[in-house]
Design a protein around this ligand. Structure first.
Ligand code: AMP
Length: 544
């Protein structure tokens, strides 16, 4: 027997309708190139979103079409989040910091038809515009007055694109499993892979995220996501905020600027923020240099890389800002775990308290998590056994876009292998202890150790090369290159670094090179990264 409950689909459109009726006057404040403080309300935002929807439909964008954005956090990007998904099309958010080959690969792979681009990012696209096979038109996210000179094809500005469109639009009734967004991750080996989100997944994630032990959002909240809107939907904040009527503060291209962040926090009374560890260093440094305060800021969610204890302590002890450590992935929408303390833990001695707070935390309701050994056998939750972390849940990707059935990270029981190695303790707190995937996360961006190794081995005097990530106070991790020279050959560190500088992006170049006689291997001849990481666990970069 079925329950007699209305089967109302969980769609992003519902957030729009809800916020427009219940929170029309709540503000969205943005920093853009054309306006250092753009200010309007949810009513304004969703009226313009209907104009955008008319313009997109009028252009011929259909259900399932992909529309790309290369943009910072601002109100036009917010309108695109809702306008594109609302008509049943898919918003494909792209990280402009990727290499041009990666960006053109993912645009072509996604078959994006339109490209919405921030004026500051226009030159990035111009460099490889001829490689783009499916893009019909580029829309620069500004007005006529601020339109840059550009060689992009079929280009116009955002304001002109929506100007003539009516703000009367009847949103289609979508099935809740309709795809809503697409985000590629380069945190895997090989080409970037597309995580294809659904309306239902986004809504369930947003419900989970506003709860007390996660964002703890309420109507009085002022939320400033410092995590980019191109990185897993800015961790869902642009959906969660209008759900509760929280004011949104979007720092645009100024996310790495401590002075702007401090000014936004104080002037707009920001109470909640979220971002990867590296972005907070600029703010904390600015605060210590200027002596200015961030009194309104109540709490910060830090994830994407392990949060250094020093960052957590500076926020908590010096500025009275509570820090919650969180873990997630592009494939997990992203929230998987958040570290909140159980009753009584606050009173633990300082050292014990921070030992717990440094862990990545417990799962949100909806996410299941386990650790397994090499034979996929579940390991005990005793805080000691460490194994491959697997998760599953209603906002976790079941497959990758256009790779259906080919995934080697999903098993028959529906578990997704994260590539992270972790322990889970008796209280349910997960802690990342290592990484099984061969990538390094530097300042929130991925570096492929395999690509670096292959490039290094191309050097005529190098016999074998391995790259591992070493903890770094600013970038979370930086690559260290370990080299075995060819027999009776001489080559120096500078020569190898110069070789790499000519062949990889600047920020991929390892911070140091060390020479060894031998690199450890598995029985099948693969480099034993685990053993190497152990061997170099006390290594420190010379430039720190
Ligand atoms: P991405 O898909 O780019 O968001 O990266 C996800 C990966 O970032 C995870 O699989 C982890 O390797 C890493 N990561 C995310 N959050 C944390 C955290 N709190 N501590 C350590 N690593 C993290």
């Amino acid at each position: 027997m079925q329950g007699l409950i209305m089967n109302v689909p969980l769609t992003i459109t519902a957030i729009m309708r809800h916020a427009e009726i219940n929170h029309p006057a709540t503000e969205i404040v943005s920093v853009t190139l054309d306006n250092p403080r753009h200010r309007y309300t949810y009513a304004d935002a969703f009226r313009r979103t209907r104009q955008l929807a008319n313009a997109l439909s009028g252009y011929g964008i259909n259900i399932g079409d992909r529309v790309a954005t290369l943009a910072w956090n601002d109100y036009r990007h917010f309108e695109l989040y809702y306008g594109i998904s609302g008509i049943g099309a898919i918003i494909h958010t792209i990280n402009p910091r990727l290499f041009s080959e990666q960006i053109s690969y993912i645009i072509n792979h996604a078959e994006d038809r339109l490209l919405f681009v921030d004026p500051l990012i226009v030159p990035v696209i111009e460099a490889f515009k001829d490689e783009l096979k499916t893009v019909e038109s580029c829309i620069v996210m500004t007005d006529e007055a601020h339109m840059p000179q550009t060689s992009l094809p079929n280009v116009q500005c955002y304001e002109s694109f929506i100007a003539k469109a009516s703000d009367n639009f009847s949103w289609p009734d979508l099935d809740e499993n309709t795809a809503s967004g697409l985000c590629y991750t380069s945190g895997t080996t090989g080409h970037p892979k597309g995580a294809l989100y659904s309306h239902r997944g986004v809504i369930l994630h947003a419900y989970a995220s506003i709860s007390p032990d996660v964002f703890n959002f309420s109507i009085g909240e002022v939320a400033m996501p410092v995590v980019p809107m191109f990185h897993v939907n800015a961790w869902g904040v642009p959906y969660a905020a209008p759900m509760v009527g929280a004011k949104l503060v979007l720092p645009g291209p100024k996310m790495g600027d401590g002075a702007t962040l401090q000014a936004l926090i104080e002037e707009e009374r920001v109470s909640f923020s979220a971002g990867v560890p590296t972005v907070w260093l600029a703010l904390l440094q600015y605060l210590s240099e200027s002596g200015k305060s961030i009194e309104s800021l109540n709490r910060v969610l830090i994830g994407g890389s392990a949060c250094p204890e020093s960052v957590m302590r500076e926020f908590m002890d010096k500025h009275g800002v509570y820090v919650n450590h969180a873990w997630g992935m592009t494939e997990t929408g992203p929230l998987g775990t958040v570290n909140t303390l159980k009753a009584g833990m606050e009173k633990l001695p300082d050292e014990q308290l921070y030992k717990i707070k440094m862990k990545q935390g417990r799962t949100l309701f909806g996410i299941e998590m386990k650790i397994v050994d090499d034979d996929n056998r579940e390991l005990p939750r005793d805080g000691l056994a460490s194994g491959l972390l697997k998760v599953r849940g209603p906002w976790v990707c079941a497959d990758y876009f256009k790779m259906e059935g080919q995934s080697d990270v999903h098993d028959e029981q529906g578990w997704f292998a994260t590539g992270d190695v972790a322990t889970i303790d008796t209280e349910g707190y997960m802690q990342i202890t290592d990484r099984a995937k061969d990538v390094i996360k530097s300042g929130g961006e991925w570096i492929s150790s395999i690509d670096l190794e292959n490039t290094a081995v191309g050097h005529p005097q190098v016999a074998e090369a391995a790259v591992i990530g070493i903890p770094h106070p600013k970038w979370a991790e930086r690559p260290l290159l370990i080299v075995v020279k060819k027999e009776e050959q001489e080559v120096g560190k500078e020569e190898i670094l110069a070789w790499l500088k000519d062949r990889v992006a600047n920020w991929w170049v390892p911070d140091d090179v060390v020479f060894v006689d031998e690199i450890p291997h598995t029985a099948t001849g693969k480099i034993l990264k685990l053993a190497l990481r152990k061997q170099f666990e006390n290594y420190q970069f010379p430039n720190i």
